[in-house]
Design a protein around this ligand. Structure first.
Ligand SMILES: *[C@@H]1O[C@H](CO)[C@@H](O)[C@H](O)[C@H]1NC(C)=O
Ligand SMILES: *[C@@H]1O[C@H](CO)[C@@H](O)[C@H](O)[C@H]1NC(C)=O
Ligand SMILES: *[C@@H]1O[C@H](CO)[C@@H](O)[C@H](O)[C@H]1NC(C)=O
Ligand SMILES: *[C@@H]1O[C@H](CO)[C@@H](O)[C@H](O)[C@H]1NC(C)=O
Ligand SMILES: *[C@@H]1O[C@H](CO)[C@@H](O)[C@H](O)[C@H]1NC(C)=O
Ligand SMILES: [Zn+2]
Length: 948
């Protein structure tokens, strides 16, 4: 338990106690504690080695396959109290338990391997199930490497004829506050004045602010932390039935995957119904004093949260959305949700946005709770989207599970893709935004040599760190993008038909992606041939069409073309490209399947005024480049009448042009001039695409003389959009359509940040009213307006917002303020704010990554954030135990100088095992930026100067 011991001491030892008793016998207590930041010397993870075991051994870090678990009986007993109400209570964050797992043995053997991590195993017994006869255990040991194997050695040989054995273990563990495994968490409960009117006197003394800390225990087991709760066969294909019992203190209730029955007094014993056959990573346990609301419609739906949030009605939206989407999914997937109940819980601290545990889904508060008064449309949509994603997993992942983590995309790609269809049913017409949010983002990472194929070979992914690395933009977003492409290729109807077959055939089972192709092929031929070129190799092509001749070719699109790689990576094969296109002469969408580079007569334009547009709606996962003439004709069409070009493509043309220019295949001035027509477009998709790409230019140039001209141009372009929404903005109202609402926010944040005086005045005045006690700012605009006011404000504005942040009880409002605080230009405030991120009583652990990332986005905060991350890297990686790839990515986005590259390379020499792939990608991106900036700085500057 090396890293374990410190934390619970910190939790227990740091508790300061203040007790006040009153005439009515009410004993109140404020527990204040500050989690001490214990300094441990960084421990480098052991290098993966073959376990050194005598015979019959696993050749890899995977469990041997001769023991097949069938069922578990697990008892867990956490000792903590949710509240400390007197001086004599000894808070304790220990848990104990025992587990009996019944296995089928398929090979004669004297050894048993299962997974254990950070648990003290105190007893091991093995019995033959049918005869109850005990086998003599000669010893057991935990392997000191990344295998996390608990090896049990037996005196006698187990019979391998499908004989059943029961493996019993007793164990002890600690509830740490590290957001992993079975962990401790806390929240502040405000005790309301009116509930305690008898203690008026007392409260006067306490200035009416009475809040106490409440403790809870919850779990996050995905992907490989079930082994931190009880010894188990912790691989997704080793599905079993689980009988869970949780023994907990009165005043708390226990939740797990199935319905619980309660009995007991001093301790409450909650026994849960047996689960369906399922993977270990989908188990979940929570012990808390939360309350809930419920609804029944075939399935019992419960939403659990802090009492205050439930009483304020913040869970009402989630329950309604859950009911709708659940029904809808059962319909389109053709399979009933298999459990009787679905619990969802809003947790104060969880490092994932949501966890799809079967029948018991956990969320960050902002992912499940919705407060009409303070939430923006974004916040509300986030709730719907997160629920849609987690519910999709109940089928994709929970019912049908990937065989091993290398095919994680079968879970995450599907859940991401389906969430866009699911939210549609909950009233969010956002299907097209998949292009902005998922596809364009996937394009970014996947244009690097250091990207990876969507599906890696099984034996490449073995350690927990390698598994965690896979939770990235490729798995989620490229996975979703390719499913969308496939659905278009097959037609959506045929696709959904094949999906139903797949779910039906493999329910309660595990799959590899070929199982999916086989099911889809029942409705459309050649799915496998089409998809294998996309799944098995990294990257994507840029298709170049020369419209004068119709010559069409494909090339692996890379930002940085190394001199030794031409056209394709070694071993790469041409992609099968389904090109859907329109011409100015014929708006009917046609398609061509391209594999080899040839002349396509259809792509030849006869008249010099005609244009061709390929990849209609960006359904294909590729970029398109044209001859300059065709680019210019498309631009002129946009300027003449942009509505002729499909909405998604107005955004995609811009995104393609900027990125192809970043990849040195197109003059950047062509990309820049595509943004000129925006003065007449008010749609969100093209604007958002343009702003993302201009944002990248700003990152490259905001420390140079190019910055001024870029800002002037932006101000000029954004003014009409700002004016378009001005009436709403000034009246404190919002447009009806969601995408319009999002674009109103764009208009304000860009107008203000580019220095448009009316915008800054508006923001300042609204913020001033807020400081004087009336917050009339529409929730949609708060993030932008707080940020702008703090950026142009002083120390007192910052302190005011900081107080408001600490006072706010609704996470959605807190998050807006937490973001806005990063907008200040004051170095000392930013530096102090960075320090706050290490103190969980100021910035919660789960918010560390995003807070530092926001600070890095601010040009004044960039070098501070980078120094901070470097200085605290070992501490952060150890304390947070989560993949920090996204943090590394965020703090280095601006990097484009040789000095910065050197600094990153220095990090590479240090121990960076936790984010190895992310670091590689950062290095490559920085190299690409350096090269690009050198070649293009002058050109970009001149173009912007010319537009003034
Ligand atoms: C609790 O401890 C405090 C400080 O040690 C003491 O002043 C107080 O009387 C104790 N209260 C009870 C109810 O024992
Ligand atoms: C496991 O723990 C529970 C609760 O402490 C206990 O009731 C049960 O007897 C234990 N099981 C065995 C086999 O010891
Ligand atoms: C686990 O064992 C170690 C070493 O004996 C001990 O220091 C630690 O307190 C134990 N942890 C628990 C939770 O019992
Ligand atoms: C799981 O699928 C495999 C085929 O991939 C099949 O052989 C096996 O019987 C299935 N198992 C169950 C429990 O359905
Ligand atoms: C492109 O997407 C739009 C929605 O933005 C849709 O109405 C249109 O039918 C799509 N076109 C094709 C060819 O799929
Ligand atoms: Zn997911």
């Amino acid at each position: 338990m090396a890293e374990g011991t410190g934390m619970s001491k910190a939790l227990a030892g740091g508790i300061g106690v203040l007790t006040v008793s009153s005439v009515c016998g009410l004993v109140l207590m404020t527990v204040m504690y500050k989690i001490q930041i214990d300094k441990f010397p960084p421990v480098s993870p052991p290098t993966p080695t073959k376990p050194v075991i005598p015979t019959g051994l696993p050749p890899t870090l995977r469990l041997p396959d001769y023991l097949i678990p069938e069922s578990y009986k697990v008892f867990l007993q956490p000792y903590f109290y949710s509240a400390i109400t007197n001086n004599y209570t000894n808070q304790s964050f220990i848990f104990t338990g025992n587990s009996t797992v019944r296995v089928k043995c398929m090979e004669h053997s004297k050894r048993i391997y299962l997974h254990v991590h950070d648990l003290n195993v105190t007893t091991v017994e093995v019995t033959k199930s049918d005869s109850n006869e005990k086998l003599v255990v000669s010893g057991y040991k935990i392997h000191q490497n990344e295998s996390n194997f608990l090896e049990i050695q037996l005196k006698e040989t187990m019979s391998g004829h499908g004989t059943y054995y029961d493996i019993f273990t007793k164990f002890e563990g600690e509830l740490l506050d590290n957001l992993a495994g079975f962990y401790a968490s806390w929240y502040t409960k405000n005790i309301k004045f009116e509930h305690n009117y008898c203690c008026l006197f007392l409260f006067t003394v306490l200035h009416k602010n009475v809040s106490t800390n409440r403790f809870l225990a919850t779990s996050l087991l995905k992907p490989t932390d079930a082994r931190k709760v009880f010894p188990c066969f912790d691989e997704p294909a080793l599905k079993a039935v689980f009988h869970i019992t949780v023994i907990h203190r009165p005043g708390t209730s226990a939740l797990s995957n199935e319905i619980g029955e309660i009995d007991g007094e001093e301790w409450i014993v909650t026994t849960f119904e047996k689960t369906p056959v399922m993977s270990t990573y989908l188990l979940a346990f929570t012990v808390s004093d939360f309350t809930y609301i419920s609804k029944s419609s075939g399935t019992n739906i419960h939403i659990h949260a802090r009492t205050e949030a439930i009483e304020a009605g913040h869970a009402d939206y989630a329950i309604q959305v859950t009911e709708n989407i659940l029904k809808y999914y059962q319909n389109i997937f053709g399979l009933k949700y298999p459990l009787k109940k679905i619990d969802q819980i809003a947790l104060p601290d969880i490092s994932a946005g949501a966890l799809e545990n079967w029948g018991f889904i956990s969320y960050q508060e902002s992912g499940l709770l919705y407060d009409k008064k303070t939430a923006s449309s974004f916040d509300q949509e986030r709730v719907a989207t997160m629920i849609a994603h987690a519910l999709a997993h109940q089928w994709f992942g929970n019912l049908v599970t990937m065989r091993w983590w290398n095919d994680l995309w079968l879970n995450e790609g599907f859940a991401t893709y389906m969430s866009y269809i699911g939210v549609q049913d909950a009233g969010w017409d956002l299907r097209d935004l998949i292009v902005l949010r998922e596809i364009q983002t996937a394009f970014q990472v996947d244009s690097l040599n250091s990207s990876h194929p969507l599906s890696l070979q099984e034996n490449y992914i073995q350690t927990s760190a390698e598994i965690i690395d896979l939770f990235d933009d490729i798995t989620y977003r490229k996975g979703a993008a390719l499913l969308r492409m496939l659905a278009t290729f097959m037609t959506e109807e045929a696709f959904m038909k094949g999906i139903k077959t797949y779910l039906d055939k493999f329910q309660y089972n595990n799959t590899v992606y070929n199982d999916l192709w086989n099911c889809l092929q029942e409705t459309k031929e050649n799915v496998e041939a089409f998809m294998s070129t996309w799944i098995e190799q990294a990257g994507y092509p840029v298709i170049t069409i020369i419209t004068q001749t119709g010559e069409t070719s494909q090339e692996h699109f890379l930002l940085l073309i190394h001199s030794n790689i031409v056209n394709f990576l070694p071993n790469s094969i041409p992609w099968q490209v389904d090109i859907r296109y329109i011409k100015s002469t014929d708006f009917a969408v046609k398609n061509e399947l391209l594999r080899v580079n040839v002349r396509r007569p259809h792509f030849e334009l006869k008249d010099k005024d005609d244009w061709l547009l390929a990849n209609v709606n960006c359904t294909g996962f590729f970029r398109v480049n044209y001859d300059e003439e065709n680019w210019n004709k498309l631009r002129m069409q946009l300027e003449r009448n942009h509505n002729v070009i499909p909405l998604i493509n107005r955004g995609q043309l811009i995104d393609d042009a900027f990125n192809i220019a970043r990849g040195h295949r197109l003059n950047v001035t062509i990309a820049l001039s595509l943004t000129k027509y925006l003065i007449n477009d008010t749609e969100y998709i093209p604007w958002e695409s343009a702003l993302k790409n201009l944002d990248h230019l700003i990152l490259m140039f905001d420390r140079s003389e190019v910055y001024g001209p870029i800002m002037k141009y932006l101000r000029k372009q954004i003014t009409p959009l700002y004016k378009h929404f001005e009436e709403y903005t000034l009246n404190g109202t919002i447009p009806e359509k969601h995408t319009e609402q999002y674009n109103q926010v764009n208009a304000i944040s860009v107008a203000c940040s580019s220095g448009f005086p009316e915008c800054i005045e508006m923001a300042k005045s609204l913020f001033k009213d807020y400081r004087n006690g009336t917050n009339d700012i529409h929730p949609n605009l708060r993030r932008a307006i707080y940020c702008s006011a703090i950026a142009s404000g002083d120390e007192y504005d910052w302190e005011f917002a900081w107080k408001e942040y600490q006072r706010a009880t609704v996470t959605a409002e807190k998050d807006k303020l937490r973001y806005a605080l990063t907008c200040t230009k004051e170095i000392w405030l930013l530096n102090r704010y960075l320090q706050y991120t290490l103190d969980p009583s100021k910035i919660r652990k789960m918010d560390l990554v995003s807070t530092i990332s926001y600070i890095a986005k601010n040009v004044a905060g960039q070098p501070l954030a980078w120094d901070f991350v470097r200085g605290h890297w070992s501490y952060i990686t150890q304390e947070y135990g989560i993949s920090l790839g996204s943090l590394l990515d965020a703090v280095t986005k601006r990097f484009s100088t040789d000095v910065e590259l050197e600094e990153v390379l220095e990090q590479d020499e240090d121990d960076q095992a936790l984010a190895a792939r992310a670091l590689e990608q950062v290095i490559e991106r920085t190299e690409a930026n350096i090269k690009w900036v050198k070649e293009n700085k002058q050109i970009v500057k001149e173009w912007f100067m010319g537009e003034l």
